[in-house]
Design a protein around this ligand. Structure first.
Ligand SMILES: [Zn+2]
Length: 201
C-alpha cells in the first residue's frame, strides 16, 4: 500500500493529538487544508506560532495575557478588590465571569482539575501558588468556581481543606449551574445567579 506523503501524514498525526479529534477528523481537516487556498494555511500557521510566542501566563493569577505585560489586566487594575479571590479551572472561565460584569475581585486560574483517572494531582495544578497567595494575607474570601462536575467538586473540596487553616471565608458557586456543565458555556444570567447565591463550604 502506498504511504501518504510525509507532510500530509505529519499534519494528520499532529491533529490526532488534539482533544476530541480522532483519526477520521484528523484526515478530513488535513485534506481540507490541502485543497483550501494557501492563505488559509498560512494564517493558521501564523496564528499557531503566535499562540505560544506572543502570550504569557500572568505570574500572579496564571490567567493568559499578552507577552510583554508584567501581569494580566485584572491583576494590574487597582480598582479590583484583592480581598475577594475567585478560583477557576481555565482562562476561558475568567472570560465567562468577566462577561457577566458581576464580579469585582481577582482570579486564580488552576489550569485543570484534580483527576486521579487521568493522573492529575495537586502538583500538576496551580494550587501551591493559590495557597501561597492566601497565606500572604489580604484575601478574605475565596470563591471556588470550579465546574459543577465530579472533578470540579473534588477539587473544590481539596482546596477547602488546604485553605481552611488560613481562616478565610470559603464559598462555592450556587447550584444554578447544572451538574456536569461547563462555566465557559453557561449563559451570563446563570453565572450571575450562581455567583450571587454562592454558599459557605
Ligand atoms: Zn493576573
Amino acid at each position: 500500500m502506498p504511504a501518504l506523503p510525509e507532510p500530509i501524514q505529519n499534519l494528520i498525526t499532529a491533529f490526532e493529538r488534539l482533544p476530541g479529534i480522532g483519526p477520521k477528523s484528523a484526515s478530513r481537516l488535513t485534506f481540507f487544508l490541502l485543497r483550501a487556498p494557501e492563505e488559509l494555511s498560512t494564517k493558521l500557521a501564523d496564528a499557531l506560532t503566535a499562540l505560544k510566542s506572543e502570550t504569557v501566563m500572568c505570574p500572579i493569577c496564571f490567567n493568559i495575557t499578552s507577552a510583554g505585560r508584567e501581569m494580566c489586566e485584572v491583576c494590574a487594575d487597582p480598582k479590583r478588590d484583592p480581598a475577594s479571590l475567585c478560583v477557576v479551572e481555565e482562562p476561558l472561565d475568567v472570560l465567562a465571569l468577566e462577561r457577566t460584569g458581576g464580579f469585582s475581585g481577582r482570579y486564580h486560574v488552576l489550569h485543570g482539575v484534580l483527576s486521579p483517572i487521568e493522573g492529575i494531582g495537586p502538583e500538576d495544578l496551580k494550587i501551591r501558588p493559590l495557597v501561597e497567595r492566601v497565606r500572604e494575607g489580604g484575601v478574605t474570601e475565596v470563591i471556588l468556581a470550579t465546574n459543577p462536575s465530579m472533578e470540579g467538586d473534588a477539587t473544590a473540596l481539596y482546596l477547602r481543606q488546604q485553605l481552611t487553616p488560613y481562616g478565610v471565608r470559603i464559598t462555592r458557586l450556587a447550584r444554578g449551574l447544572p451538574m456536569g456543565s461547563d462555566l465557559e458555556y453557561a449563559d451570563q444570567n446563570t453565572i450571575l445567579r450562581a455567583l450571587a447565591g454562592r454558599q459557605e463550604m
